[in-house]
Design a protein. Structure first.
Length: 402
């Protein structure tokens, strides 16, 4: 009797020049830019399907209103790409540029946003502070009691994340990139000493082992786990966030003009709302943060959302709840991304930990990572986002997190 185990079906390629882990916007953008730069042998491994992770569950917001000049630069570049996306990639991403409106109700927030707006203006943006009266005129559905000011940039907006991923994946495939769906990373093979000169040799998956010389971790909230498999410390933890899209709304009754309604954020609570087709998309944190990979919907969350609506946008209280979902933010200790090459493992690059603003930065970060990997100088210096900052220069805080 033959007791040998059945042979493993190896439908992954035996080798590749680059393996990208994760086919969300970050992985798809990186693959496209690498292929465009002339890298000819690229494989994306995705444990589900492209865009099925956090990207497809994002609110779709795209903005330049940040407190960190580096984040502003990355966002400006991404928005340039998104504005031309349909012309360049042939896919309509439903980009709406009605602006982002931050509602501010503490003196500390007003002071901080004044500084942020000054920084954004110095970088050529049309950001500005608003009085409470100007907030009421721009967003008549907002309850202004308790507000002290607003911050607004008319060039910000929102679009459809899945469409952006589809555009990048299609373009990358046209350039020869291979995409392995239902392909989960199970480990890494390395060579060299543990203390110095250690380098990546291959990526092991449930569909076979792929020999390679470079790896990119763009696994979003799961990046910390991928790092553990590789012996690389990626300080990324998951944080659940939930979204609800209402049934179509009666704009006359609500007094809301969906065609001009900005992405509106109550900064203190992180409650937000923006138009989504004929309805409205709402989001807010859970009553208590859930820092786990549990992305099931919380049956009590709608009640929490209703409290936020009653407090800051009571004119919208009668909307009918429609579909909804929960997804995972990829958080770092300072709410800033980590981008670079691991000091523990040569050839292991990472772009993760965006703490809620990964989708909007995906176009620019993919370009930057491709430049780093091919020895070209990126359009902006991202070395301050290297993960080594946590042990050397310290935290690089980003204030404008939603």
């Amino acid at each position: 009797m033959d007791n040998a185990a059945p042979a493993q079906t190896n439908d992954a390629p035996a080798s590749a020049e680059v393996v990208i882990i994760g086919a969300g916007v970050m992985g798809a953008s990186t693959a496209y830019h690498l292929a465009k730069a002339g890298v000819s042998d690229i494989v994306i491994v995705e444990r589900d399907t492209p865009g099925s992770g956090s990207t497809s569950k994002a609110a779709g917001g795209v903005r330049c209103q940040f407190s960190d000049a580096l984040n502003i630069a990355l966002s400006v570049r991404s928005l340039e790409v998104l504005r031309n996306f349909e012309a360049d990639f042939g896919i309509d991403i439903d980009l709406v540029s009605n602006g982002y409106l931050f509602l501010l109700d503490t003196a500390e927030a007003v002071e901080a946003f004044r500084a942020n707006v000054a920084l954004q203006q110095s970088m050529g943006l049309d950001s500005r502070m608003l009085t409470v009266a100007e907030v009421a005129e721009l967003a008549p559905y907002v309850e202004t009691e308790g507000l002290l000011a607003g911050a607004f940039n008319p060039g910000d907006g929102h679009c459809t994340p899945e469409a952006v991923v589809a555009g990048y994946i299609t373009a990358a495939r046209d350039l020869g990139v291979r995409v392995l769906k239902s392909c989960e990373v199970t480990g890494f093979e390395t060579a060299g000493e543990d203390t110095a000169g250690r380098r990546v040799v291959s990526v092991m998956t449930n569909r076979g082992t792929i020999a390679c010389s470079q790896v990119v971790c763009t696994a979003g909230a799961w990046s910390g786990r991928i790092g553990e498999l590789a012996g690389v410390d990626l300080p990324v933890t998951p944080l659940r966030r939930e979204i609800m899209v209402s049934e179509p709304v009666d704009t006359d009754t609500l007094g809301v003009d969906l065609a001009s309604m900005p992405f509106t954020i109550d900064f203190t609570t992180s409650f937000y709302v923006h138009p989504e087709g004929p309805g409205l998309l709402f989001g807010c944190p859970d009553e208590t943060d859930v820092e786990s990979f549990d992305d099931r919907r919380d049956p009590d969350w709608l009640a929490t959302l209703a409290e936020h609506i009653d407090h800051r946008a009571p004119a919208l209280a009668d909307v009918e709840p429609g579909r909804g979902w929960a997804g995972l933010y990829e958080m770092t200790p300072d709410h800033n991304a980590i981008i670079g090459e691991a000091e523990e493992l040569d050839g292991f690059f990472y772009a993760c930990g965006f703490s809620g603003h990964g989708f909007l930065m995906g176009p620019a970060v993919g370009e930057v990572v491709a430049d780093l990997m091919t020895g070209r100088e990126p359009f902006v210096d991202v070395s301050p986002l290297d993960k080594r900052r946590f042990a050397t220069s310290g935290l690089r805080r980003e204030l404008n997190i939603v």
